[in-house]
Write a protein that binds this ligand. Structure first.
Ligand SMILES: Cc1cc2nc3c(=O)[nH]c(=O)nc-3n(C[C@H](O)[C@H](O)[C@H](O)COP(=O)(O)OP(=O)(O)OC[C@H]3O[C@@H](n4cnc5c(N)ncnc54)[C@H](O)[C@@H]3O)c2cc1C
Length: 431
């Protein structure tokens, strides 16, 4: 049964304020959960992970209920940079050194599947998500230029990526509209999309496949047993299986996930529309900083720029000012251009920056901690969970084999520990 349209009560924001919310178009509402109901599968979280799991399960005939504390795509999925990074957050040589070459190859093959999976989702469901191809990765230190040239060749020949192309300083400046980078690499399979439109597209596909979505329905507690019962302010869902897809926002619902997936805040602004293109090829861009800068143009020719993290649970008071400092380091001439939107969001990171995909209890499944790569990996991870729930576990097992130690310091002490570690790396960016 299709949920009836639900508009939020007067005065309540329909979505976190951002350029995405302003440009996403119609956002259908989903009524909050009222009363007790049962389902085959209950999914907590309506971001890419949860919606994709719901879609695959509903298509396979499962009775699926998605509980979302806020709105569809309200979390990282509706606020992120929209950048499609191929591979994982760690490069394949890093993974091969720690996990062995066969495991690294398996993970790279999964990342490649994730890329194809996302393209198929967008195509098969006719999602209008402003998809654009190409990702340029700027090299911000001169001493890394030769290594980048070798790396582009190595990633292409040894790992089958790309083909990744090395760009010299002049071509980098021409393509990015700034001369602060010493060189760059271009990954033609990277790209960008409108992240909230993608989340809304996934929700529509999941609904059409039969999944029921309840917004404004925060899961407050979970009772575990042969079945799971999830309680929200308005009701309960009793299900055979539970999918935890709250990622950086899950906070406290599952101690094992909590110990391994750490919330981290990141910030974005969009300028007013610019008079001329900054990036003539319309690629996405990012750079080699540890606290990475990422940016691109929007279809209405704004610069959308992400940069800066806070290592405390708090957002800066003035997000526009906070990000402008980073943006003008790359584009000093934008100092006088008005900032129309600025917002922050919370992502989940893991100690080794590889996804956390697990089955913490026989009937509980979780995927999170994509560490800044979730635009491509999260929809696939949700699908992989759904497949595993149906009994096809090969891909799930490959992800679940990735070691994922808890953050040192437990949930109380890890913030100070992280602050110290991140501040050190951020400082190294400037040396
Ligand atoms: C500012 C920012 C920029 C980013 N940029 C990029 C990028 O350019 N490229 C990239 O690949 N990745 C990027 N990411 C990361 C990417 O957005 C995430 O990896 C991805 O969206 C994760 O999807 P998800 O569905 O797992 O989690 P989310 O999208 O965060 O969804 C989790 C949902 O669960 C809900 N929820 C949590 N707890 C409960 C509960 N108890 N009950 C009910 N609902 C609950 C939340 O409200 C939320 O809607 C960025 C993240 C941020 C914050």
């Amino acid at each position: 049964m299709m949920p009836t349209a639900f508009m939020p009560p007067e005065g309540r924001a329909p979505h976190a304020a951002s350029w995405y919310a302003a440009s996403a178009g119609y956002m259908p509402g989903h009524p909050p959960l009222k009363g007790a109901r049962s389902a085959d599968v209950c999914v907590i979280g309506a971001g890419y992970t949860g919606l994709s799991a719901a879609l695959t399960l509903a298509r396979a005939g499962y009775d699926v209920v998605v509980l979302e504390a806020n709105k569809v795509g309200w979390g990282a999925s509706g606020r992120n940079g929209g950048q499609i990074h191929t591979g994982h957050r760690r490069d394949p040589d890093w993974m091969a050194a720690r996990l062995g070459e066969p495991a690294a190859r398996r993970l790279m093959a999964l990342a490649d599947e994730a890329w194809h999976f996302q393209r198929a989702l967008i195509r098969d469901h006719g999602m209008a998500v402003d998809l654009a191809d190409g990702l340029i990765h700027g090299i911000h230190k001169p001493r890394w230029v030769d290594e980048a040239r070798r790396e582009a060749d190595h990633l292409t020949k040894h790992w089958g990526l790309g083909p990744i192309r090395f760009l010299d300083k002049a071509e980098t400046a021409q393509r990015l509209g700034t001369d602060v980078y010493h060189a760059a690499t271009l990954d033609p399979k990277g790209g960008h999309l409108h992240p909230l439109k993608f989340a809304l597209g996934l929700a529509k596909a999941a609904r059409e496949a039969g999944a029921i979505i309840h917004e404004d329905s925060r899961a407050l507690s979970i009772r575990h047993g042969a079945k799971v019962t999830v309680t929200t302010p308005g009701g309960t869902v009793t299900a055979d299986t539970l999918v935890l897809a709250g990622n950086g926002y899950l906070g406290g619902l599952d101690p094992e996930t909590d110990a391994r997936v750490m919330p981290l805040n990141n910030f974005i602004l969009t300028t007013a529309p610019l008079e001329a293109d900054l990036i003539p090829g319309n690629e996405a861009a990012s750079d080699t900083r540890f606290v990475v800068y990422y940016w691109r143009q929007t279809p209405d020719r704004r610069l959308l720029f992400g940069g800066g993290e806070t290592f405390t649970p708090k957002f800066p008071k003035d997000v526009a000012k906070f990000v402008t400092r980073h943006m003008t380091a790359i584009y000093p001439r934008l100092k006088t251009v008005p900032v129309d939107y600025a917002w922050g969001g919370t992502l989940g990171i893991t100690v080794n920056r590889l996804p956390y995909v697990r089955r913490p209890k026989p009937n509980v499944w979780v995927a999170a901690g994509y560490s800044g790569q979730g635009v491509m990996l999260a929809p696939f991870a949700g699908h992989v969970l759904a497949e595993a729930i149906r009994g096809v576990t090969e891909r799930f097992d490959a992800f679940a084999d990735i070691p994922c130690p808890p953050f040192p310091g437990g949930t109380l002490m890890r913030w100070p520990t992280l602050v110290a570690a991140m501040s050190w790396f951020a400082l190294r960016d400037r040396i």
